[in-house]
Design a protein around this ligand. Structure first.
Ligand code: MG
Length: 401
């Protein structure tokens, strides 16, 4: 009788309760009151995802059995023939997570139970401490330590550092300027300051955000090694992954990579080559829980840990999905978490709770999280043209953000 519940509707809900455009997919079923939610958030191109969900996946999938999660994933993945792009992967993820949510609700179990049960009670999360000076960063590190966090990402002046005094050529175009050389010099000084003032009891992380040229990234990884970072995040762009060999051969700084990845060909060589220590893909960006749990299992065989992408442009539904994987995977490393502001918690009842540095899943069936659509409608998404991704070097060259 398991095959009798069908998909009757699929739609994308757009909302920005915390100022960040979120896309959540709702899958309705032939069983009254039974529906699932999934994260399909691609903040910068959210309308394209909504179109992919409602104009392409809905006609393909309505009428199919909600039981066929794997079959639906495989079918949706290749149905467009061209595949592995961020828009379509996010659309598939929204449906995929929603189907897992439905499965949990039918079983009366949290999704983590369906995945094999807990390896740990909660997932350690890391917080983001920024500041314009090493002392300001130190103050923020101490604040997070006082709140119970043990993993803290230290940045100074945002990704790529502060622009400072720029000597741009005449007529340089507007953009989000930064000085890569000044940034590269500043990071070891920041780590020196934090280690000498706060000490060694805290796990320090840092995100390069692909802001350095490959050889400069190798040098930074070497220079940070004495400060024992927990990991150095995205030191290279996805287009430069061959340079990981150079980092690995020259130092033992742990490396995390992958928030921009879409395609198995991007993460497979890094895992099988033992060139990174943490995979940190954006789970909706790679197509949802179905591919993510396979990658986690694959990484486990190589002693590579997980650190799934968990910024503000992952919906609380996506954070719940991250968390359900975190607690079941023996090779879990750490979970990025930006905090859930009040409006976000109101729109998404059942948000995972964080206490003393650990995030805990609730015991409700599925992902244990809901969406108040009436309230969500009060926070429309922004159509403003993003500025921060219009990144430029001091001489005006447009570069990766
Ligand atoms: Mg990052």
């Amino acid at each position: 009788m398991g095959d009798t519940i069908k998909i009757t509707g699929i739609r994308a809900i757009l909302t920005a309760p915390a100022g960040c455009n979120l896309v959540v997919v709702r899958v309705d079923t032939s069983e009254p009151g039974l529906y699932g939610l999934g994260c399909a958030t691609f903040t910068q191109r959210y309308l394209a995802v909504k179109t992919a969900v409602e104009e392409y996946l809905r006609p393909l999938l309505v009428g199919r059995s909600v039981d066929r999660i794997e079959d639906i994933w495989q079918t949706a993945w290749v149905h467009s023939y061209w595949r592995n792009g961020p828009v379509l992967n996010n659309a598939i993820s929204g449906v995929d997570m929603a189907l897992w949510d439905i499965l949990g609700k039918r079983a009366g179990m949290p999704v983590y139970q369906l995945l094999g049960g807990k390896c740990r009670e909660g997932a350690a999360v890391y917080r983001h401490a920024d500041g314009s000076t090493p002392t300001e960063v130190e103050d923020n590190v101490r604040r997070f330590l006082a709140e119970g966090y043990r993993h803290i990402r230290v940045q100074m002046g945002g990704y790529g550092g502060r622009a400072g005094e720029l000597r741009k050529p005449e007529g340089a175009l507007p953009g989000a300027y930064y000085d890569d050389a000044a940034y590269a010099r500043s990071v070891p000084l920041l780590f020196e300051h934090i280690r000498s003032t706060v000490g060694w009891e805290v796990e320090l992380l840092h995100d390069v955000h692909e802001r350095l040229r490959p050889t400069d990234a190798v040098l930074l990884a070497k220079r940070l090694e004495p400060y024992r970072p927990f990991f150095l995040e995205d030191p290279l762009a996805p287009e430069d992954i061959e340079y990981f060999q150079a980092i690995r051969s020259q130092c033992a700084t742990p490396i995390a990579m992958g928030e921009l990845f879409n395609n198995p060909r991007e993460w497979m060589p890094l895992i099988s080559g033992r060139l990174i220590d943490f995979v940190r893909m954006h789970i909706s960006q790679m197509g949802g829980l179905t591919p993510a749990r396979k990658v986690a299992a694959y990484a486990e065989l190589y002693s590579v840990r997980t650190a799934w992408h968990g910024p503000g442009d992952v919906s609380p539904v996506g954070h719940a999905c991250n968390l359900h994987l975190d607690v079941v995977c023996p090779n879990f490393g750490v979970q990025e978490w930006p905090g859930f502001p009040e409006p976000l918690q109101e729109v998404f009842p059942g948000c995972p709770e964080v206490r003393d540095g650990y995030m805990y899943p609730n015991e409700c069936p599925g992902f244990g999280i809901d969406l108040d659509e009436k309230l969500a409608a009060k926070y429309p998404c922004s159509t403003q043209v993003d500025f921060w991704t219009q990144t430029r070097l001091p001489d005006g060259t447009a570069v990766k953000p």
